[in-house]
Design a protein around this ligand. Structure first.
Ligand SMILES: Cc1cc2nc3c(=O)[nH]c(=O)nc-3n(C[C@H](O)[C@H](O)[C@H](O)COP(=O)(O)OP(=O)(O)OC[C@H]3O[C@@H](n4cnc5c(N)ncnc54)[C@H](O)[C@@H]3O)c2cc1C
Length: 637
């Protein structure tokens, strides 16, 4: 069977192909041409002078000068047409040496040997989904319950089903997608380019924007759910309230909000970190409509209204520019300014050539994915590393971090000529990348510069019938109040009650420090697997889909051990979790996210500890979750 990524035949004319090539990433196009070329001609292409000069997050053209891009497209056109004339032969596989050379070419530098296996797996040049487990003997006797049908729960359900586990998925919403089901606020879009922010085994060629908006993401997850036949296993509109391990029966019993119970051998928590709204408990009462951004009231017409938006983190940053020209006035009350990453293409449309190339040019889509991943893979972690010898820790944590500060500051200040009043308010006073860094194409500051928009740098002291009083005592009139105050990421698995072996309550066991081996397995909680659990959120790159794919593979590795041993339970050894948690703590202590100079940070719990983030390199996390060591687990038979 032909490799699914090797390009389907096409009938377009030269002119049509040339028009499509104009939409493409030239580095990915040239690499596709390497596949199309006869093996003897490949090296010549890779060693020619038309080549990327480097790689960076969201830089799709490899810093190639315009004239080189033009020349490369002209060369590619001839090679594509030649491949068409030859009848679209399936490309010969590339060997290891050629693959390394192609990767180096793609990034305009060197891809270190430890990264090659991970990047090769992402590339899927053999057309095989290497993260799939395949049918597991014994799986049919181990029914699995998945709580949550967002990106992670859907992924778990797909993998479990593929392996032969009977599954039931419990989802409190009326449809799948989690984050992308709930966040319908104007301006909601993804921050990681979509040709990477999609499952590795379900690449999509239809994205209309590089950073798709919520409706498209929601549709993607719905479509994947249908394609894999998961819908018939989901109970939508049902919330799981309690999960209890029955020691005698080796079963999890999950109680739902309608009083019914579901029983299974395996329990997967895929409840997400960002779907329980964080609405601060502010005294007073506001008479008008008030809602959280993830519960957007589309029935409230904002046209001409005075709107107060409290909070401007990742959500407010997207929502404020999207409503600024509709409302009468917009007051944004923001406690802390946000660092932003310059991304001029943040709202760019995807030209029709991209989808065409993904469908028809060998491995174009895979190399494009590779480029996006590489630009955001582990490069950012260097900027997050604290250098204890660096003096001005309150402004930056290392030399690299200071360079980032300069770059970000120039980007902000460069947009604010003549608005010194705003400069003082919007340049953050803490080290860059210490909180979630936002993607910016100028729309945030563009909105703040409008006459009908005011940025107030304060907190909220109390609500009044007709508005909000800030912590400086200033009253802001409002017809509508919007809470853009984020979520409760540190309340893992709340408000569920989870009881493990010997009646131990998960939240009591955790106390203030939720912990799990690689974020997935917890001692005393057999056959329980957490997705997007403690220590798995990412602040320096990658995507949560990549992280979840690692976690699900680890889960499947554990289940493979269980099934092969014909066991009834599998449980991580406590010392394994203790050792991992100690390493995580130590590593986190060296990262900017734990800096004492960052006062407000949703990455911190009430005790000031960062428990939600993964401080390790992605390549390490990928390697650790790839192969489960049986010695770390106890299998009960
Ligand atoms: C606005 C926004 C933008 C984001 N942008 C990015 C981005 O650009 N890149 C990135 O990598 N990540 C981003 N994220 C993080 C995002 O949450 C993840 O990428 C991903 O969607 C998480 O998927 P999940 O399935 O783990 O969690 P969720 O999407 O939160 O899904 C969890 C599901 O579990 C359900 N659930 C919870 N508790 C229960 C219960 N007790 N019973 C039944 N069902 C339950 C919920 O209803 C939900 O459907 C963003 C998050 C938000 C909020």
């Amino acid at each position: 069977m032909r490799n699914p990524h090797s390009g389907a035949p096409f009938g377009e004319t030269e002119r049509e192909v040339a028009a499509y090539l104009a939409d493409l990433s030239v580095p990915a196009l040239l690499l596709s041409c390497v596949h199309m070329a006869e093996p003897s001609a490949r090296s010549e292409l890779l060693r020619g002078k038309l080549r990327p000069a480097g790689a960076m997050l969201n830089e799709f053209q490899g810093f190639m000068p315009e004239e080189d891009q033009e020349a490369a497209r002209a060369l590619a056109l001839q090679l594509v047409l030649d491949w068409q004339r030859r009848g679209f032969p399936e490309p010969e596989p590339v060997d290891a040496a050629m693959l390394q050379e192609m990767m180096n070419f793609a990034v305009g530098g060197a891809v270190g040997p430890e990264y090659v296996p991970m990047m090769a797996e992402e590339l899927e040049l053999d057309g095989l989904d290497q993260r799939a487990t395949g049918l597991l003997p014994g799986a049919s006797g181990l029914p699995a319950i998945v709580i949550g049908c967002g990106m992670s729960g859907l992924l778990a359900a797909i993998r479990l089903k593929e392996a032969g586990f009977p599954i039931v998925v419990i989802e409190k919403n009326e449809g799948p997608g989690g984050t992308w089901w709930e966040n319908t606020y104007p301006g909601a879009r993804v921050d990681v380019a979509n040709h990477f922010y999609c499952y590795s085994f379900e690449p999509a060629d239809h994205w209309t924007e590089y950073f798709a908006r919520q409706p498209e993401l929601r549709a993607y997850f719905e479509q994947v759910m249908h394609k894999h036949g998961i819908d018939e296993h989901v109970r939508f509109g049902r919330e799981a309230l309690e999960a209890t391990w029955d020691e005698e029966a080796n079963r999890w019993r999950v109680r739902l909000d309608d009083g019914s119970e579901v029983e299974g051998a395996v329990l997967v928590s895929a409840v997400g970190q960002l779907n329980r709204p964080n609405v601060p408990d502010v005294p007073g009462h506001f008479d008008g409509p008030a809602f959280h951004t993830s519960r957007w009231r589309h029935d409230v017409d904002l046209a001409g209204k005075d709107v107060v938006m409290v909070g401007a983190g990742a959500t407010g940053f997207q929502a404020a520019p999207a409503i600024a020209d509709t409302v009468g006035s917009l007051t944004v009350i923001q406690r802390t300014a946000q660092w932003m990453f310059p991304n001029p293409g943040y709202h760019d449309a995807v030209g029709p050539g991209v989808g065409w190339a993904i469908r028809h040019l060998p491995f174009y889509g895979r190399w494009f994915r590779f480029l996006i991943f590489w630009g955001g893979c582990d490069a950012g972690i260097a900027a997050a590393e604290v250098d204890p010898a660096w003096e001005a820790q309150e402004r930056s944590v290392s030399e690299v971090n200071e360079i980032v500060r300069t770059m970000f500051t120039d980007w902000i200040v460069g947009q604010l000529e003549g608005r010194d009043d705003l400069v003082a308010k919007v340049v953050p006073d803490y080290p860059p990348t210490g909180k979630r860094t936002l993607q910016d194409n100028g729309s945030w500051l563009g909105a703040l510069k409008r006459d009908n928009v005011e940025l107030v740098r304060a907190g909220v002291a109390r609500l009044e019938a007709d508005g909000v009083v800030d912590t400086d005592g200033v009253h802001h009139r409002a017809d509508v109040l919007i809470w853009a105050t984020g979520f409760r990421p540190n309340d893992f698995l709340m408000p569920m009650r989870v009881t493990g072996r010997d009646g131990v309550d998960l939240h009591e066991f955790w106390g203030r420090r939720p912990r799990a081996h690689l974020g997935v397995t917890v001692p005393g909680f057999p056959n329980l697997f957490l997705l997007y659990g403690p220590g798995t959120n990412l602040a320096s790159g990658g995507s949560i889909i990549f992280a979840s794919e690692c976690e699900v593979r680890m889960m499947m590795g554990c289940l493979q051990i269980l099934a092969e041993a014909s066991g009834r339970s599998i449980e991580v050894r406590p010392e394994v979790v203790d050792e991992y948690d100690a390493r995580l703590r130590e590593e986190m202590g060296r990262k900017v996210w734990a800096s004492p100079h960052i006062r407000h940070n949703y990455y911190r719990n009430d005790a000031g500890e960062v428990v939600s983030l993964n401080p390790f390199r992605l390549v390490d996390y990928w390697g650790w979750t790839k192969d489960v060591s049986p010695a770390e687990y106890v299998v009960g038979t």
